[in-house]
Write a protein that binds this ligand. Structure first.
Ligand code: 5RP
Length: 262
């Protein structure tokens, strides 16, 4: 392999690889979006191809659907699956209670629907995503295009009475044009710096007309698999209150890296 993966990419990879071990034959699996989730999809594709793993995947974005099909995972819609055994996804931040900020990749709406429709949600993340308190990462809020500037003003007005440190909101852009989600909506990023009461904020945001969903995932995640650049992984289970430490060999001749080589 010509280029070494960075420590962060190694951390994401080992988290994804360890989390893939929770996937069993016959499961309907929610497939997250983002660079960490992409490692997971590759790992699962390898297990389908090499070990005969039989799963059906429900992707949380068109990007993930494309990758899942490319690596040989059977893709079905959430309505076909109806309910899922397990969802594995990345996160932008997680705290000690495994509450999350998600949506940095713009897929928070499908991600929240899919995770909520699952018996279990496992988050995979490099250790840099861990925070004492949520809010340093801008909170994504998906809004419908109709009257989005009015929705933005309503959000800003609402933030005045919320326990947050910053109150700037920005429309997410894709070059010169507003970013459009898979559902045809826009995303407002809320630069809050620190969220005092994430549960309350999440509920209040969703009451504002024009808001479709926000990126706070409260009481949805069951486990987080935290990856480190040296191959160490920690599996933290919020329900059992356990932390398991593991170590994965990092094999650079792994088939997963074939398409990353030059
Ligand atoms: C996409 C997400 C991602 O899970 C989140 O942005 C983390 O991405 P990455 O694994 O690339 O750091 O919420 O909407």
């Amino acid at each position: 392999m010509s280029g070494e993966l960075s420590p962060i990419d190694k951390a994401k990879f080992v988290a994804a690889k360890r989390a893939a071990e929770f996937v069993e034959d016959g499961m309907r699996v929610g497939l997250g979006t983002g660079s960490t989730a992409a490692w997971l999809v590759r790992c699962l594709g390898e297990m389908v191809r090499d070990d005969g793993l039989k799963i059906r995947g429900v992707p949380t974005s068109t990007r993930t659907a494309e990758l899942a099909r490319d690596v040989g995972i059977e893709v079905i819609s959430l309505d076909e699956a109806k309910w899922l055994d397990l969802t594995i996804d990345g996160a932008d931040e997680f705290d000690g209670e495994l509450n999350l900020i998600k949506g940095g990749g713009g897929a928070l709406l499908q991600e929240k629907i899919v995770a909520t429709a699952s018996d279990q949600m496992i988050v995979i993340a490099d250790v840099g995503k861990e925070v004492e308190r949520l809010g340093a990462f801008p909170l994504p809020v998906e809004v419908i295009p109709f009257g989005w500037q009015t929705t933005k003003a309503l959000i800003e007005e609402t933030l005045v009475s919320m326990d947050v440190l910053g109150r700037t909101t920005t429309l997410r852009m894709n070059g010169d044009v507003p970013y459009i989600t898979d559902e045809g909506n826009h995303i407002l990023d809320l630069h809050l710096n620190r969220i005092g009461n994430a549960r309350q904020l999440g509920m209040v945001m969703n009451q504002i007309p024009g808001v479709v969903e926000n990126g706070l995932f409260i009481d949805i995640c069951d486990k987080v698999v935290v990856g480190y650049g040296d191959g160490k992984v920690e599996i933290r289970d919020i329900n059992a209150g356990t932390v398991e430490v593991d170590r994965l060999d990092f094999l650079e001749d792994d088939n997963l890296f074939t398409d990353l080589m030059e």
